[in-house]
Ligand binder design. Structure first.
Ligand SMILES: [Zn+2]
Length: 464
């Protein structure tokens, strides 16, 4: 029987979150949309600008259409965001303002959010703001791709440059754990970016990066899409401008949007939550390692926190399960109610299991397993006798150890973006831009497609 460790906590089979950019939002539209989302229990992530812009967006500047949007300087809006926050919505920064933000302003914005709307460790860069970090051609790490992208990037973004007035890398490292980067059209974002949130050594000020899906919300709620997402234990991280689902004149909500929210919110197998909470779960699961041998497997929790409701997805039904993990059979899944911090637990199954996945490994005959990881080699000893190694390191019976031993809280070293995955994500991003240029009236020149003296076609989700 095939088996694989999956990320969602039981009873969920999939996850859904939204990064909602605040560009051009009005208080009235936001309220119309979020009153409805709150009524459906659809609590995800909304971005905000604490301050009105004092500078233009980008160097050289983009059209002033990029500066539109309500800010927390409007007391009605601040109160409303506080009410959303109290209901479990995540409120995160889209930068300090819609224009370029020097360091002091970004610092004030982070402090403002901590004081009024605390708890978010997610950040979303806005357009071509000069304070955007590792932006423009630095988005890609592969040297060949970087050279290619550099030919088309026209704006100076320098949030990571200590000599720049827009530098905030050190603040980012202390306060932010994930920033959105690549976009894909694939509804299951996690399928295209299974290593998210990931750390890129070439971008040390950013603790983690994640990707997002650029599509209409209703595309993701089609019955087929929902079934596929659950079958694959997927996660959608949707990139949106949700206030636009409320008409600016009447504030009536777009009917397909209402239906999509109702469909997703009423599905008991989809975990709808904020980006920060879902990324925290992905990180915890990145700290789980599994070794197996026919009728037995061992799970190691290398985190300094418990991991609740761990699931193993099965290709069939098990008849019996035993071991010290308290595992239970739930239809086509095996559920381990909690794996304690730093614990190694074992599970015996009546039928032999064959695991797939990057952090699962078949044991050798001595019941030992080694995992090379970015933070060192993980040694797991599933046998009843100690594992004495030539280098003097001993791994006790039924125990695990790092080699070299390292700090357990060092999670930044955990997940990396493999080259193939980066290439795929870069192609997805290029395809989105190419598709919009070929079929959706986008211009290669942002000054043309962001010109707000005309209708900006790509502001309509129906053109996505
Ligand atoms: Zn924006």
């Amino acid at each position: 029987m095939r088996a694989r460790l999956v990320w969602p906590p039981y009873p969920y089979r999939a996850g859904f979150c939204v990064t909602d950019d605040t560009d051009a939002a009005t208080f009235e539209q936001v309220k119309a949309v979020y009153d409805f989302l709150a009524s459906q229990g659809f609590r995800t992530t909304k971005t905000v600008w604490p301050f009105r812009p004092v500078d233009r967006c980008g160097i050289p500047p983009l059209p002033d259409s990029t500066l539109r949007g309500v800010t927390l300087e409007d007391p009605r809006y601040l109160d409303y965001c506080k009410a959303l926050h109290a209901q479990g919505f995540e409120i995160c920064l889209h930068g300090a303002s819609a224009g370029n933000n020097p360091r002091a302003r970004t610092q004030q914005a982070l402090e403002f959010l901590e004081r009024h709307l605390p708890g978010s460790d997610t950040f979303i860069c806005h357009s071509k703001n000069a304070d955007n970090i590792y932006w423009e051609h630095r988005i890609v790490s592969l040297p060949v791709l970087r050279r290619l992208v550099r030919r088309y990037s026209k704006h100076a973004c320098s949030g990571e440059n200590e000599a720049s007035p827009y530098f905030w890398g050190d603040l980012c490292q202390r306060k932010i754990n994930q920033i959105r980067l690549f976009r894909t059209r694939c509804r299951n974002t996690l399928q295209r970016n299974p290593s998210m949130p990931y750390f890129d050594r070439r971008k040390p000020y950013v603790n983690g990066w994640f990707s997002a899906t650029k599509r209409r919300l209703s595309d993701c709620a089609e019955p087929r899409a929902v079934a596929d997402l659950k079958r694959d234990y997927g996660l959608t991280v949707l990139y949106q401008y949700r206030h636009r689902y409320a008409r600016p004149d009447t504030l009536a909500l777009d009917p397909p949007f209402r239906d999509a929210i109702a469909t997703l919110a009423s599905d008991p197998e989809i975990l709808i939550d904020t980006v920060s909470r879902l990324m925290r779960r992905l990180r915890l699961v990145q700290g789980l390692f599994l070794i197996y041998r026919r009728h037995q497997f061992w799970l190691v929790n290398t985190n300094d926190q418990d991991v609740p409701q761990v699931q193993v997805a099965l290709s069939g039904r098990l008849s019996r399960v035993g071991g010290d993990a308290g595992a239970i059979i739930c239809a086509d899944r095996l559920v381990l109610p909690v794996i304690r911090a730093s614990a190694l637990v074992s599970v015996q199954t009546a039928e032999p299991l064959h695991f797939t996945g990057s952090r699962c490994k078949r044991l050798n005959r001595r019941q030992r397993g080694t995992f090379p990881t970015p933070r060192g080699t993980l040694l797991v000893n599933g046998s009843a006798s100690p594992w004495r190694r030539g280098d003097g390191l001993t791994v006790a019976a039924n125990a695990w150890s790092w080699e070299p031993p390292s700090s357990p809280a060092d999670w930044t070293a955990r997940s990396r973006l493999p080259i193939g995955e980066e290439l795929g994500l870069t192609l997805d991003q290029i395809w989105i831009i190419a598709r919009e240029i070929l079929f959706k009236g986008r211009s290669l020149n942002p000054n043309v497609f962001l010109d707000d003296t005309k209708e900006i076609k790509l502001e309509d989700h129906n053109n996505w």
